[in-house]
Design a protein around this ligand. Structure first.
Ligand SMILES: O=C(CO)[C@@H](O)[C@H](O)COP(=O)(O)O
Ligand SMILES: [Fe+2]
Length: 229
């Protein structure tokens, strides 16, 4: 599995989402859409109608990160809306396995996200139900926060477990990922990189994606687009 770069629209211009998606369409692997409900996190962004509209507006696979309560009820709707990946928070779900199965049955990949304070070990026994593990490298809720390097051992531990058990999941990192932090993430075992500020906070988002890919690819030894499974 190669390096995947997923620019986060959270740092884009919300009045021009289709244009912002188009700006990275030739160079990104996925487009990361942060769904926040103002309950699970103290911020409110977009929901299913915007995901449906984006699905029509871009060819990029949509990587939906649900920061919402009761994903057991709502997550499947994002798969039905056309998301390629639907990732929900372990802390918010009553039954992570049932929810993952519902997402997969609706045709999307399932992702499990953990907040910085949540140990990952408690979920090792359910990872076979998932396509991706998201290790948050900031407290979820806002873009532009400082990367938490103390999350890297969590990534490394998860990668070791996946290797030892022969499971083929992506490990995504999200929060404060930049040219300064991406190499350490690769070295810890991450292979999917969400970047908001480091992409849309620049004058040239496409170039920023390419720079992140080349730095991650150099550290991983395989950076070309489409190198994923
Ligand atoms: O899920 C989140 C925030 O909760 C992220 O996806 C942010 O959008 C990342 O933004 P940067 O830290 O890259 O600016
Ligand atoms: Fe996110």
């Amino acid at each position: 599995m190669g390096v995947q770069i997923a620019p986060s629209l959270l740092s884009a211009d919300f009045a021009r989402l289709a244009d912002e998606a188009a700006a990275v369409a030739e160079v990104a692997d996925w487009l990361h859409v942060d769904v926040m409900d103002n309950h699970f996190v103290p911020n409110l962004t977009v929901g299913r109608p915007v995901v449906e509209a984006l699905h029509k507006a871009t060819t990029l696979p949509l990587d939906c990160h649900l920061m919402i309560e009761n994903p057991d009820r709502w997550a499947v709707g994002y798969a039905e809306a056309g998301a390629a990946n639907v990732t929900f928070h372990a802390e918010a779900a009553a039954d992570v396995v049932q929810t993952a199965r519902a997402i997969r049955a609706a045709g999307a990949r399932a992702g499990l996200a953990v907040k910085p304070a949540t140990p990952v070990d408690g979920y090792f026994d359910v990872l076979s139900e998932f396509d991706m593990l998201l290790v948050m490298t900031v407290e979820p809720g806002f873009g532009g926060q400082q990367f938490l390097p103390e999350m890297l051992p969590k990534v490394a531990k998860a990668r070791r477990f996946l290797r030892d058990s022969g499971l083929n999941l992506w490990i995504q990192v999200d929060g404060g990922v930049s040219l300064e932090t991406i190499e350490a993430c690769v070295e810890a075992g991450a292979d999917v990189f969400v970047a908001g500020t480091a992409v849309y906070g620049t004058d040239d988002p496409a170039r920023a994606v390419e720079a992140l890919r080349s730095r991650a690819g150099a550290a991983a030894g395989c950076g070309h687009r489409g190198a994923g499974r």
